[in-house]
Each structure stands twice: as structure tokens, then as C-alpha cells.
Design a protein. Structure first.
Length: 543
């Protein structure tokens, strides 16, 4: 799809002009047309101004999928501000880092996800002296000099908080005029992702990058204007925002839900009859197809389904949707989410066994991890990529950016892949010290650094081991400090409530010596040792 939209605001305004009365968003308890969403985005832009967010400044949103997070995304686009979606599974350790690292002017929350998390106590626990602030409109919190406001979507705020819904009319109109017109290459999103460092890093993505990526996805996936997409992926990840942006570019309808449950998902699918399902990860797909109500859920109208999994799992998912075509993808946050897809017209063996090809306008290659020399088709090496969708760097961290972007402008993914002569990418694992737990990136060193704060722990090493449902989970090997004692349960309890649950190790083992090379712990030996142990435990007893 060729688009001349220069910014995200341009893209959405043009779609709203073209199909104003078509439904843009559907959630279990809300529906908005393109025109209604356009007006709501303009209102959010005014509210942002009232919260102290001016063009070029950054604000965080701590909220589940819902109309509100999309409205603030558009508010950022209209205002020329930068939105930082915060992972709703973060605990004080990670949340405090993001607020400080991104130098947020404001943090906005919906309050809670019923039965899952209450964000206001979390913010009070994270931000020292917030609850006792005498002037919520002009905060002065230790460690957060840039933070002016913390706001909740309500008419009245709680202790230290501003009520967003009470701000209408308190700021100048920014719907049609700005102090500075947003530019295509302005920072638009900062998405935090775990890497091989101790804390998540903020990937700066531009308005132009998202618009170009969305248009390229429309072309590859052949998204018509009347497509209806169901996508439960959280919008604090690119899997949610990226595909929603593509649907907006085409003028289709996007369906989502605040918190994935199979029952609610099947209700939505039966009621709304989407043409595309994008569960992406097997943790979601398998929950759907194994549900007792799946056969009666009304999947006959599904045209395509997006999934990333090993070939045998892909085949199981494809078999469950006989009238649809499964496609796969390759993605990483630094490259604006997914930058390789199949076409629905590709042969089935290709769609079930590879990750697809680079999107038009994006260049990907396989290189030797040591020499950076390009490798021939079929040979395994590191996948690297460059193009207009690529991030501009890690916010406030030029050293980390320089470590992953080479002199030719290629981003080094750290993933072990191969590519055939037609550009089809196959994924073989990770080169860098990362885990992928149910689709969430987890930095081993981040978890190791956190565990090392326990006074009884001398050293911790974290590896990933296979898991039937989450594909991979963390396992911690721990050497205790002299004279200390600790149980596996106590290690897990120490993590509970302090770091996100998906980062908490599922297995804990204690060691008194480490398998070493000349200078480093040989993590692969720890991993193999635990896999052998778990496999033996799973085998039936010999009679």
C-alpha cells in the first residue's frame, strides 16, 4: 500500500475522512467509529497539555488495552509528544526505572485491571512521597525531577494524583494547531524492552517509522478496507500497536480486550466474526483451540491467523482453522515490531516452517557473529536489519545503541537465524543472553542482578529451559554466601511482588561450584544439566 501520510496523525486523519462512520475499535464494553476516535484523540491531546506534557516531552501510560490507551496514542500524535506504554506486569523495581530513565513528565493510569492488578497502590509504592504530595499538579519527588503529574482516568484523583476527566477546558485547543507542528522523524513511541543489560532499555520509534511499517504490512498481508482483526496482544508491546496501526491504515476494524481470557476471547470472536485472528503466541493460541467451546466459536469466517511457534505447533494451530491460512512473522522491538511476514498466498509448507520475508523497503541479512561478514543462503548466523522502520536508538543511552548498530547502519538482533535464496528467514535460537517467556523478552542479567540483592545470595546465573505452555521459562542457579541458607521457595518469594511474574524463575537450583571456561560460567552446561534432570523426572517409573 502506497501512502503519502508523513506522520501518524496524518495517517489517522485521512482514514477518518475516508470512512468516518466505520467502527475503528471494538472492546467488550466499548465501540468507537473513526470519527469518534478522532475526536477522543483531540480531547486527550488537550488533557495532556493540562498535565504539563508539551510537544517533544514524554508521558507514560500504565493501563490495559482499551479505548483510552489508543486515544492517548492519538493525543500524542496530534500534540507532537512521545508516549511511553508501560508494561502492566511491571512491579516497583521495573516501573521506577522506566519513569526515571524516560524522564517522564506525566504518568497516566486507568486505576486497575479487575482481579489482576491495582495501579494506584503500585504507583504509591514506586514513587516515594507521591501519596503525601500537597500539589498534585506540580510534583517534586525524589529521584524523579522531570515528573510533574501522576493522573488517573477519573473525575477526581486520589492522594497525590490528578483526575484526568476533570481537566477538560483547562488547556488550549491543540486539535488543529500546535506550538510546533509534529515532524515525521520526531520520537513518537518509546517501547521498553529487555536486553542483555541489567535494566530494560527504551527503543525510540518515530512517527514515520510506524506509518511506513503499517503500510508495508498492509501490502504483505493483503489487508482490505473491511477487514476485522481480533488481536489480544497488549499495547505495551509492538504486537498490539503495530497491527492496530496497520488496520487503521487500511481502514478496517480492530478488536481487542483488556486482559486475555479464553472465555471472553471466544465470546468476542462469536459475536464480532473477525476475518483475521492474531493471537501470535502459542500461549494464547493453544488456550483457544483446547477450550471446550472452541468448536462452536464461529471461526468459519476467519481468513488468516498469525502465529509464531515451532513447525509442529504451527501445524496443530493450522489444523484447528481448516478454512484459514496461517502465517508467521519475525519481529523485534528495535525494528518497529515485526519486519518479516509471509503472504497468505505463500505455500503452506513455507508458512508453517519459516518466519517469512523482510517487508518491502526493509533489508535483512545473515552475518557471521564474529566478523560481521555476510553469509551465504542456508548458513546460520546473526540476523541483522536496517530500514526506515528501525529505531533511532535507546533513549539516553548512546553507548548501548552503538553496541548494537554497526557502521553500515544494521541493527544486530542477537538472534541465530538462516535465510534461503528467496529471503525466507528461519529462526534457530538466540545468540545473546536472553530468554523468551510466553512471548516476553527476559534479560538473564536483569534477573541475576535482582537476585544478587538478596543478602544470602553470593552469585546467581539464569538460563532458559523449555516449557510446554510458555515455550521457555527461567531457571536460577544460585551460590549462597558463606554461612547463609535459603530454600527455593524463599528465592521465589523474594521475587514475588518485586519483579514481574514472567521474570521470576520457575526452577531454582543451588550450586557450590560452577562449570567454567577460562573466564566465564558455561551456562549451556547448567541448562543441559537441568533439562536432563527435568526429562528424567517426567519419565514414567520403570515397573
Amino acid at each position: 500500500m502506497v501512502t503519502d501520510a508523513a506522520t501518524y496523525a496524518d495517517m489517522f486523519r485521512r482514514t477518518a475522512e475516508r470512512v468516518p462512520d466505520r467502527e475503528a475499535l471494538i472492546f467488550p464494553h466499548a465501540r468507537l467509529t473513526y470519527n469518534e476516535l478522532l475526536l477522543a484523540g483531540q480531547t486527550r491531546a488537550r488533557q495532556l497539555r493540562a498535565l504539563g506534557v508539551t510537544p517533544g516531552r514524554r508521558f507514560g501510560v500504565l493501563m490495559p488495552n482499551g479505548p483510552e490507551i489508543v486515544e492517548f496514542l492519538l493525543g500524542a500524535a496530534f500534540l507532537g509528544a512521545t508516549m511511553v506504554p508501560v508494561n502492566t506486569r511491571f512491579k516497583p523495581h521495573e516501573l521506577g526505572h522506566v519513569v526515571a530513565d524516560a524522564e517522564l513528565t506525566s504518568v497516566i493510569t486507568t486505576g486497575s485491571i479487575d482481579g489482576v492488578v491495582d495501579f494506584v497502590p503500585l504507583l504509591h509504592h514506586t514513587l516515594d512521597r507521591l501519596a503525601g504530595s500537597v500539589d498534585p499538579g506540580h510534583l517534586a519527588l525524589p529521584g524523579h525531577p522531570h515528573l510533574q503529574t501522576v493522573a488517573v482516568l477519573a473525575r477526581e484523583g486520589g492522594p497525590g494524583l490528578v483526575g484526568v476527566d476533570g481537566l477538560d477546558g483547562l488547556a488550549p485547543d491543540v486539535a488543529d494547531g500546535h506550538e510546533r507542528v509534529p515532524e515525521p522523524d520526531d520520537p513518537f513511541l518509546i517501547m521498553y524492552t529487555s536486553g542483555t543489560t541489567a535494566n530494560p532499555k527504551g527503543c525510540v520509534l518515530t512517527s514515520r517509522g510506524l506509518v511506513d511499517n503499517a503500510a508495508a504490512i498492509v501490502d504483505r498481508l493483503q489487508i482490505p478496507a473491511d477487514d476485522v482483526w481480533w488481536n489480544p496482544l497488549p499495547m505495551f508491546h509492538m504486537g498490539g500497536i503495530m497491527l492496530m496501526s496497520s488496520v487503521f491504515t487500511a481502514g478496517g476494524t480492530f478488536i481487542s480486550q483488556a486482559h486475555f481470557t479464553p472465555d471472553q476471547a471466544l465470546d468476542l470472536i462469536a459475536a464480532e466474526r473477525p476475518t483475521v485472528l492474531y493471537p501470535l503466541f502459542p500461549t494464547i493460541s493453544l488456550d483457544l483451540i483446547h477450550h471446550e467451546r472452541f468448536a462452536a466459536s464461529g471461526i468459519d469466517g476467519v481468513r488468516v491467523i498469525g502465529s509464531v511457534a515451532p513447525p509442529d505447533v504451527q501445524q496443530r494451530i493450522q489444523d484447528a482453522f481448516p478454512s484459514a491460512r496461517l502465517f508467521s512473522a519475525y519481529g523485534i522491538t528495535e525494528l518497529c515490531g515485526c519486519v518479516a511476514f509471509h503472504s497468505p498466498d505463500d505455500p503452506s509448507d513455507q508458512r508453517l516452517s519459516t518466519c517469512g520475508r523482510a517487508l518491502d523497503g526493509f533489508e535483512m541479512r545473515i552475518v557471521d557473529p564474529d566478523s560481521n561478514a555476510p553469509l551465504p543462503p542456508g548458513q546460520r548466523g546473526e540476523l541483522v536489519g536496517r530500514g526506515p522502520q528501525m529505531f533511532t536508538g535507546y533513549y539516553g543511552n548512546p553507548e548501548a545503541t552503538a553496541a548494537v548498530v554497526d557502521e553500515h547502519g544494521f541493527f544486530h538482533t542477537g538472534d541465530l537465524c538462516s535465510m534461503d535464496a528467496h529471503g525466507e528467514i528461519s529462526y534457530h535460537g538466540r545468540i545473546k543472553d536472553m530468554l523468551k517467556v510466553g512471548g516476553e523478552n527476559v534479560s538473564a542479567i536483569e534477573v541475576e542482578s535482582f537476585l544478587a540483592t538478596h543478602p544470602a545470595i553470593k552469585m546467581a546465573q539464569v538460563v532458559g529451559v523449555p516449557d510446554d505452555r510458555l515455550l521457555e521459562v527461567g531457571a536460577a542457579f544460585i551460590e549462597l554466601a558463606p554461612g547463609q541458607s535459603l530454600s527455593a521457595e524463599e528465592v521465589i518469594d523474594y521475587c514475588d511482588g518485586r519483579i514481574a511474574r514472567f521474570k521470576t524463575p520457575r526452577h531454582v537450583r543451588f550450586v557450590t561450584e560452577w562449570p567454567m571456561s577460562a573466564t566465564k560460567v558455561q551456562k549451556f552446561r547448567l541448562r543441559d544439566q537441568l533439562i536432563d534432570e527435568l526429562s528424567a523426572d517426567a519419565m514414567p517409573a520403570t515397573p
